[in-house]
Design a binder for this molecule. Structure first.
Ligand code: GCB
Length: 595
């Protein structure tokens, strides 16, 4: 008896491999209940809520959410009387003691729900950093890895009418075989960092759809339902579309509309109200239509050559540290990007929350979106590849209908080598297979010195559509002045974006232009790099590093950094440094089309 109970416990904890179900498109447009707000938390650095003292899975771990029934009963935890954390939100900036914490925190929350017949219930997480194991009413419903992409589990069988509880084990330990790996230049914010919802959808429902600009400027697309063959209603009032889409026996419908929408662009960010109806469920969306392609060294938006005037950005709150997650955060951060005169933003170095993409759609900002294949991930390990590929497909699945996204980035500053080239070539193939309507890029820092110049010769350049180059002339090498005459050459007739350059400055720290950390030094780096940039004939965009100072454990210098990377044009709270105005003036003069 004891043995079989234990076997059952092991099954509960380690198997089956509960892979997240394919993501429901546009979850926030579905019926359901929000689980945002206060959750109870237990910090568990030794994983006692998971393993017993023999390091075997615990039969009644914290996921059981036990409560003492009689005074003689021994239970050494209690969610009901535990401290609370806000969800969404990282734990690091909610409790001083958790600022540097890396490990497991258990989250618990009660909720009530009345199940309706003929419905399916999916628990949907915007993101949990890094590994999540989810239990509903004490039963394992699934696990997910990857800190910046959504996932969901079908919990229809686990839920009961009335009172329910959910427990999440969130673990942000860094591991060599994770994506990202152990070393990054950003804060490893842990926890349930984005919204949580229980989606209440018809048992047979519209699971996914895509609408995009096809040949001849007409709208094309597809829909996927979980049900049998049938009909899907599609309305786009402003285009006079009110159509029935036939669903085949695979649950797939092809969409081909004989309408020509006004195209989306930074100058005209036109979004159309879309209404999809299947099996009694109405899903509304706002979608823009545009075409992005390359031709030789040109990036063409709707057939017109563009110059991408951009800035890089981490996903941190506008008024200090902590993960950004809300629409208000997105409006503030991207409002600054607009104020700078940019038409482009590089969302570094991982998929940002969905609000960022929706607000970018609305404001007319072109977006570079990226997975955290950053620095030296273990390219020889096939499990690492699988993790990267999963994150890539989750990112594409979530954002495939956002007109703003034009570039999928598969890597940042990865070291040249055959394993890396094979790994990234396969990732690029996956990106193109999942989404042939966008361009693939990567940020490279492996150019060769030519004596006074640089040659773009990294073989990964042949794989991507647009080459990103990160170069810190005047900061990690050379003086600011030396950058002005630096010449760039490329072995590839492809468009290049300067995906990073910059320098550190503490806002309000003034002094000579050759003194590190002064606003004047940073401004000098910008001034001379912009001179260099003006002479790169094949350059079609730039995203200097970075809009705003951001938290980094690599930056401890007291009095200057104090664990902030100081390369922002703005301080961590949004105060402008001298380089802000310099870049703004440059963007004012520089046309958004290529020369
Ligand atoms: C880089 C990295 C970026 C760092 C930046 C820096 O090249 O891509 O993640 O934060 O340099 O500040 O050194």
């Amino acid at each position: 008896m004891k043995h079989s109970l234990f076997a059952a416990a092991i099954y509960l904890l380690v198997g089956p491999a509960c892979l997240a179900a394919p993501l429901v498109q546009n979850p926030h447009a579905r019926e359901g209940i929000s689980l945002d707000g206060e959750w109870a938390r237990i910090v568990d650095p030794y994983e006692n809520g998971y393993y017993n003292h023999r390091f075997e899975p615990h039969e009644q771990g914290y996921f059981s959410n036990l409560k003492q029934q009689t005074p003689s009963e021994l239970i050494e935890y209690n969610f009901a009387s535990s401290p609370r954390l806000q969800v969404p939100g990282d734990w690091n900036t909610q409790e001083q003691a958790l600022f540097f914490y890396e490990g497991t925190v258990w989250y618990q929350r009660d909720f009530s729900l009345q199940k309706r017949p003929g419905r399916k219930y999916l628990i949907h997480f915007g993101a949990v950093n890094y590994a999540a194991i989810v239990f509903v009413n004490g039963r394992l419903v699934g696990r997910h890895e990857g800190g910046f992409t959504p996932f969901q589990f079908d919990v229809s069988d686990q839920l009961v009418d009335g009172e329910n509880f959910v427990v999440v084990k969130a673990d942000n330990r860094r591991e060599r075989d994770n994506v990202p790996t152990v070393n990054t230049d950003w804060w490893n914010y842990g926890g349930i960092t984005r919204s949580v919802r229980i989606l209440d959808v018809p048992a047979h429902h519209l699971s996914d759809y895509a609408l995009f600009l096809g040949e001849n400027g007409r709208v094309k697309g597809w829909a996927q339902v979980t049900g049998p063959a049938g009909e899907l209603g599609l309305r786009i009032a402003d285009l006079g579309v009110n159509q029935v889409v036939e669903i085949d026996h695979q649950g797939r419908g092809q969409i081909s509309l004989d309408v020509k929408p006004n195209t989306w662009s930074p100058d005209t960010p036109v979004l159309y109200d879309i209404r999809l109806e299947y099996n009694g469920e109405i899903v509304k969306d706002r979608i823009g239509f545009r075409k992005i392609e390359v031709a030789g060294p040109e990036i063409l938006l709707n057939g017109r050559p563009m110059f991408l005037k951009g800035i890089s950005l981490h996903e941190e709150k506008p008024d200090g540290d902590g993960r950004a997650w809300s629409e208000a955060h997105a409006r503030r951060l991207l409002g600054w990007v607009k104020e700078l005169g940019a038409n482009f933003v590089r969302l570094a170095h991982y998929p940002h929350n969905e609000n960022m993409l929706r607000v970018a759609d609305e404001l007319g900002l072109l977006v570079w979106s990226e997975i955290p294949v950053y620095w030296t991930v273990d390219f020889a390990d096939t499990r690492v590849f699988a993790k990267a590929e999963t994150q890539l497909s989750e990112m594409i699945s979530r954002d495939r209908n956002r007109a703003s996204v034009v570039l999928w980035s598969i890597a940042n500053e990865t070291p040249a080598g055959t394993d890396r080239l094979e790994f990234l070539t396969r990732l690029a193939d996956t990106a193109r297979k999942l989404d042939p309507t966008r361009l693939v890029t990567a940020a490279l820092d492996t150019q060769s010195d030519t004596g006074g110049g640089k040659l773009i010769d990294d073989p990964l350049s042949s794989v991507v559509d647009v080459i990103g180059i990160n170069s810190y002339c005047g900061w990690y090498g050379g003086t600011p002045e030396s950058c002005a005459n630096m010449a760039w050459h490329s072995k590839y007739g492809k468009p290049v974006i300067m995906s990073e350059f910059g320098a550190g400055a503490l806002r309000g720290n003034h002094g000579p232009a050759d003194h590190r950390w002064t606003e004047e030094y940073q401004a000098a780096v910008y001034r001379y790099n912009l001179e260099m940039i003006d002479r790169i004939t094949f350059l079609r965009g730039m995203a200097p590093w970075i809009l705003k100072d951001f938290r980094s454990p690599r930056r401890p210098l007291p009095g200057i950094q104090d664990y902030w990377n100081r390369k922002g044009l703005l301080s961590e709270t949004g105060e402008k440094k001298a380089s802000w105005q310099l870049l703004r003036t440059y963007y004012e003069k520089r046309a958004g089309s290529s020369p």
